[in-house]
Ligand binder design. Sequence first.
Ligand code: 13P
Ligand code: 13P
Ligand code: MG
Ligand code: MG
Ligand code: MG
Length: 362
Amino acid sequence: KKITVTVIKADVGGCVGHSSVHSALIEKAQGMLKGSSLLIDSYVTHVGDDINLIMTHELGRNNGEIHQLAWDTFVACTEIAKKLKLYGAGQDLLADAFSGNIKGLGPGVAEMEFEERKSEPIIIFMADKTEPGAWNLPLYKIFADPFNTAGLVIDPSMHDGFIFEVRDLIENTRVTFSAPEEIYDMLVFIGAPGRYCIKRVFHKKSGEIAAVSSTQRLNLMAGRYVGKDDPVCIVRCQSGMPAVGEVLEPFTKPHLVSGWMRGSHSGPLMPVGLQQATPSRFDGPPRVVALGFQLAEGKLIGPQDFFADPAFDQARQIANEIASYMRSLGPFEPHRLHLDEMEYTTMPQVLKKLKDRFEKLR
Ligand code: 13P
Ligand code: 13P
Ligand code: MG
Ligand code: MG
Ligand code: MG
C-alpha cells in the first residue's frame, strides 16, 4: 500500500500586509480538509502570508480530486480574505477556474508517493519571501556534502550517494546528476537557483524518493511570471536517508536567497519556529519553518516544530546580522536583485522619460 504526501501552498491574502495569515482562513482550511473523505490525514499551517495544506492519502501524485480539494479550499479562504479586506486577497490564484491539475494555476505543489517504511520520519520545509531555488543549497548539503551529512561517509546504506533531478525553469527541461561522481557538473547549474532548481532527490541504491520541492516552470499567466514563489519541500529521514539532524543542519548557516521586499531583494533565510514565522522587517528577512512528522499508516503524528529549538538561536542571530548588512546597501545590488530577477521595476518608464538625455558615444 502506497501513501502519498501532498503539500500545496498559496498566498490568498496577508494579515497585516504580507506578514501573516488571519486565523479565520486557517480555520476554514482546516475545516475543509477535515471534512473531506479523500484524505487519510491533514495539517494546516502558515509561514508568513502563505497557507500550507499538508495532506496524506492513497490517490497518488497529480490526483485531480486532491488538487481540486486544495483549489476549492483556497477559493473558500479567498472569500473570507475579501470580506476582511486582507492584503492581496486571492493573490496566488491566477486562473479563474480549476482545470484538472493545480500546477501552473498559481499555488505551489510538492508531492511524493512511497511505501511507508517501518518508521517514516519526514520533514516539511516551508518558506516565505523566497523562491524554489532557495532549497538548492540545503538539498546539496543534505544529500551530497559529507561535511554536513556524516551518513554519506559512515552509513553503508547511504555511501553510494543520491540522484538529483534538476529542472531548467526557463527551457522547461530536466536533467539528472549522480552524486558524488557528478557534483562539479551539477554545481555549475544549481549555483544559479533563479533558473536551475533541484526538483527531486532519489536514494541511489534503492531508487526510493528522498526529497521533493515545489519547483515549477516559470510560465506567463495572467500577464506575470509565476512558479517562482514562496516554496515548500518534503524530505524523508533516517534508515538509508539522512538523519533528521543532518537534514536540519544546513539551516544553521543562513544563506542568501531571492524574494525579500517586493520580491526584488536578496536576504538571509532565517530558520524560525511557527510562532516567529511572521516576516516584518522590510517584509522579512525571508523565513523557513521545518515541521517534522512520523507517519503511521498515513496518519501525521506530530508535528515537531524543529527550528523553535534554541540550538537555532545562533542562526537567527547570524541572519539578523546579515540582514542589517544587506539592508545597508539600500537600492544597490546585490541586496536589490539583478535587473532580470526583480518582480517589478520602474526601469522602462524611467528610460522612456530620459531617452533624449542619453548621448551616443563613439
Ligand atoms: P539515539 O541514540 O538518540 O537513538 O540517536 C541515534 C542517531 O543516530 C542520531 O543521529
Ligand atoms: P509575498 O510573495 O510573500 O506575498 O511577498 C510579496 C512582497 O512583495 C513582500 O514585500
Ligand atoms: Mg503576500
Ligand atoms: Mg508569501
Ligand atoms: Mg508570494
